[in-house]
Design a protein around this ligand. Structure first.
Ligand SMILES: CC(C)(COP(=O)(O)OP(=O)(O)OC[C@H]1O[C@@H](n2cnc3c(N)ncnc32)[C@H](O)[C@@H]1OP(=O)(O)O)[C@@H](O)C(=O)NCCC(=O)NCCS
Length: 253
């Protein structure tokens, strides 16, 4: 389908927002979306330039949960909702996602499904018609550099992934770990709305070809329910950008 730019007049009028460049949008369209029937809208944002009146100006309601939030949280919330509104519009739906009380998982209007991410001053929403796709996950992560990678690897990777990771050239380890980390977060966002239960980094394992880091699979290593048994596997699409990686998981209807 398409990678969408939030209206240039909106972005131009708000100091805390920056558009993606046409070539960044093209890369999202070509390398991430491809033939998939979904829309992605994305933006950059700078929390230091955020002001609270932006909610009113942009006609996005601020939920009570943001009342005491710091500007970084308000800015990322707002940037992600602008992306959601744009990605819904690309599916011919007017509206915004909402979050039920006590939940973190967004609900989508008009029979759509979708997912949000905001990280490293980058926000994105992926949205599709529920008749075309049954689950979507999207996640942006900043590059995990080698010193942090050594500390985080055992938390993110299963034992066999760890063995493989330790065999990689030292310089490649941070990027590999970042991609798997982001992919597992995308998997969580894609499957949580279906299984309605938490699951953890060691519950899925990546099958990774280091020569093709932009496409790999993730498979569950434990059953989440009858529809998502041990071995259930999904394709991950990954796109490197300057500050990190963006991963996408889309399951057919
Ligand atoms: C929920 C989680 C995946 C979010 O990822 P993150 O990198 O922290 O944050 P991102 O900015 O990329 O995404 C945040 C968005 O995720 C969405 N989200 C949060 N919980 C969600 C859930 N249970 N299901 C689907 N989407 C969810 C929300 O839209 C949220 O944005 P919002 O608060 O503005 O609405 C992460 O915080 C988490 O709990 N991870 C542990 C579980 C996990 O990843 N297990 C791995 C399984 S293999």
């Amino acid at each position: 389908m398409s990678a969408s730019a939030v209206s240039p007049s909106i972005v131009g009028a708000e100091q805390f927002l920056q558009p993606l460049t046409p070539s960044q949008l093209l890369r999202i369209e070509g390398e991430l979306i491809g033939e998939l029937p979904l829309a992605i809208a994305a933006l950059r944002f700078t929390p230091a330039h955020f002001d609270a009146k932006a909610f009113e100006r942009l006609r996005i309601p601020a939920p009570d949960t943001l009342a005491k939030a710091v500007d970084k949280r308000r800015a990322e919330y707002l940037a992600a909702r602008l992306c959601a509104r744009r990605a819904l519009a690309a599916n011919a739906i007017e509206g915004l996602p909402w979050t039920a009380e006590g939940e973190r998982c967004p609900q989508w209007p008009g029979g759509c499904i979708g997912a949000l991410t905001h990280s490293q001053g980058f926000a994105a929403a992926a949205v599709a018609a529920g008749s075309r796709l049954s689950a979507l996950g999207i996640d942006a992560e900043g590059w995990i550099h080698s010193d942090r990678a050594d500390r985080l690897a055992a938390m993110i990777l299963c034992d066999s992934e760890l063995d493989h990771w330790r065999e990689l050239p030292e310089l490649a380890r941070g990027a590999w770990l970042t991609r798997v980390f982001s992919a597992k977060e995308s998997l969580y966002k894609a499957l949580y709305p279906r299984v309605k239960r938490p699951f953890y980094f060691h519950d899925a394992i990546a099958d990774f070809d280091p020569t093709r880091p932009s496409r790999f699979t993730l498979a569950l290593v434990k059953s989440l329910d009858a529809h998502h048994p041990d071995g259930f596997s999904v394709e991950v699409r990954a796109l490197d950008f300057d500050r990190g990686v963006l991963t996408l998981i889309a399951l057919p209807a």
